[in-house]
Design a binder for this molecule. Structure first.
Ligand code: G3P
Ligand code: CA
Length: 331
C-alpha cells in the first residue's frame, strides 16, 4: 500500500463482521466482505504443527466448543501467557487436524445473544483458507479485498519454538502478496517482531498502540518505554523507520473522562501524518456499552467524530455501520 493519506478511510472488519457472527470464522469474514469491508482482520496464533490459524487468543475455551470434547479433556492446563496465568486449552497443544474437530462460538453471548444461533456451525479457519476466501470473493466482486493479519503473542510463540513471523511471510509470499502495494497490512502489539518482519518482507507493517501498558517484548527485555512513549514525536519517528501505519486505541486520539464523555482530541493524527504514518483506529462497535456517553444509541456519530479528525481507517465489528457513516460523511 502507498504511504500516503487516503481521502476515504478504509474499513477493516475486526475479526470479520464479528457483531453478527462468531468472530474469526469464514462466515464472519464472508459477511464482512458482502457488507463492503475493504479489509478483513484475522488475529493469528499457531498450532503444534506450525500452521497459522485465526484466533484472538491461543487459549480457546471462550470462543470454541473445546471444553465439550472428552478426547481433549487431558489437554486442559495452566500456562503463563505474557504475565497472566491462564487455565484452559491452548492452540499450540493441538495439531491442525485436532483443531479442525472444534467449532467456533460467540465470544460475548451476554451482549450478542442473537449470534448464538451460529454457534457450532463454523470450524477454526487457517490463514490459507482465509486467503482462499479473499481471492475467490475478490474475483467475484471485481475489486481487491485486503487482509489485515495480526501476530498474537509473538514473544511467547518465539520462546516455545513456534515463531509466527517466518510462517506468516512464507504464506503471504507464496500467495503472491509481495511489496509495498500489496493489499495487506501486518500488525503487532510488539515492536521487535515488526522490526524482524521488516527484514523479511516489504509488505506494509502496522505498529499497534494500546493505552496504559507496554509492548510485551519491552517487558521481556527490560525496555522502560510504554505505548504512550511511542506516541510522542520521537516515538512516531522511530516507528516510521519500519512501519507504514499505526493502529491505535481510539482513546489515544479522543480521550474520555471518568463518565465516558469525550474530551478534546490529541495531536496524534497530525503527528503521525507528519512522519508519513497512516492512522487506523480500533475498535468501533454499535452497542451502547462500548460507545461514549456522547453517542449512546448513535454509533454512526462516533465514526463521524473520528473521520473529521483525518484518520485513515477504522477497525469495526459492524462494517455496514462504518460504511453508512462514511457515506453520510461524504455527502
Ligand atoms: O488489532 C487491533 C485491534 O484488533 C485491537 O486489538 O485485541 O482486538 O486484537 P484486538
Ligand atoms: Ca486484532
Amino acid at each position: 500500500m502507498k504511504k500516503q493519506n487516503k481521502k476515504k478511510p478504509i474499513i477493516i472488519a475486526h475479526r470479520g463482521a464479528s457483531g453478527y457472527r462468531p468472530e474469526h470464522t469464514l462466515g464472519a469474514y464472508e459477511l464482512a466482505i458482502e457488507m463492503g469491508a475493504d479489509f478483513i482482520e484475522p488475529d493469528l496464533v499457531t498450532t503444534k504443527d506450525g500452521i497459522l490459524i485465526a484466533r484472538h487468543e491461543n487459549e480457546i475455551s471462550a470462543t470454541t466448543d473445546v471444553s465439550l470434547h472428552p478426547e481433549f479433556s487431558d489437554r486442559q492446563t495452566k500456562k503463563n501467557i505474557d504475565g497472566t496465568l491462564k487455565n484452559g486449552w491452548f492452540t499450540e497443544d493441538f495439531t491442525l487436524a485436532e483443531i479442525k474437530k472444534l467449532k467456533a462460538r460467540e465470544r460475548i453471548p451476554q451482549i450478542r445473544h442473537q449470534n448464538q444461533v451460529y454457534d457450532d456451525l463454523y470450524s477454526i479457519p487457517t490463514l490459507q483458507e482465509i486467503i482462499n476466501l479473499v481471492k475467490i470473493k475478490s474475483l467475484e466482486k471485481g475489486y481487491e479485498i485486503g487482509i489485515y493479519p495480526e501476530t498474537k503473542y509473538p514473544t511467547y510463540f518465539h520462546n516455545i519454538g513456534l515463531p509466527l513471523e517466518e510462517a506468516l511471510v512464507e504464506t503471504l509470499h507464496n500467495n503472491n502478496y509481495q511489496g509495498e502495494q500489496a493489499p495487506i497490512f501486518i500488525q503487532s502489539f510488539e515492536v521487535s517482531n515488526l522490526q524482524k518482519l521488516s527484514s523479511l518482507t516489504n509488505l506494509p507493517l502496522v505498529q499497534l498502540l494500546n493505552l496504559d501498558s507496554k509492548p510485551y517484548d519491552f517487558v521481556n527485555s527490560g525496555d522502560p518505554r510504554s505505548y504512550r512513549d511511542l506516541t510522542t514525536v520521537e516515538g512516531l519517528q522511530e516507528i516510521s523507520k519500519y512501519a507504514t501505519a499505526i493502529g491505535i486505541h481510539k482513546n489515544l486520539l479522543v480521550p474520555r473522562d471518568t463518565n465516558d464523555k469525550l474530551l478534546p482530541p490529541t495531536s496524534l493524527v497530525t503527528d503521525a501524518h507528519a512522519v508519513n504514518l497512516l492512522v487506523h483506529v480500533w475498535t468501533f462497535r454499535n452497542e451502547d456499552v462500548f460507545l461514549p456517553l456522547d453517542f449512546q444509541g448513535n454509533p454512526q456519530g462516533e465514526y463521524e467524530e473520528f473521520f473529521q479528525l483525518g484518520i485513515d481507517g477504522v477497525f469495526s465489528d459492524f462494517p455496514d455501520t462504518a460504511l453508512d457513516a462514511i457515506k453520510i460523511s461524504n455527502k
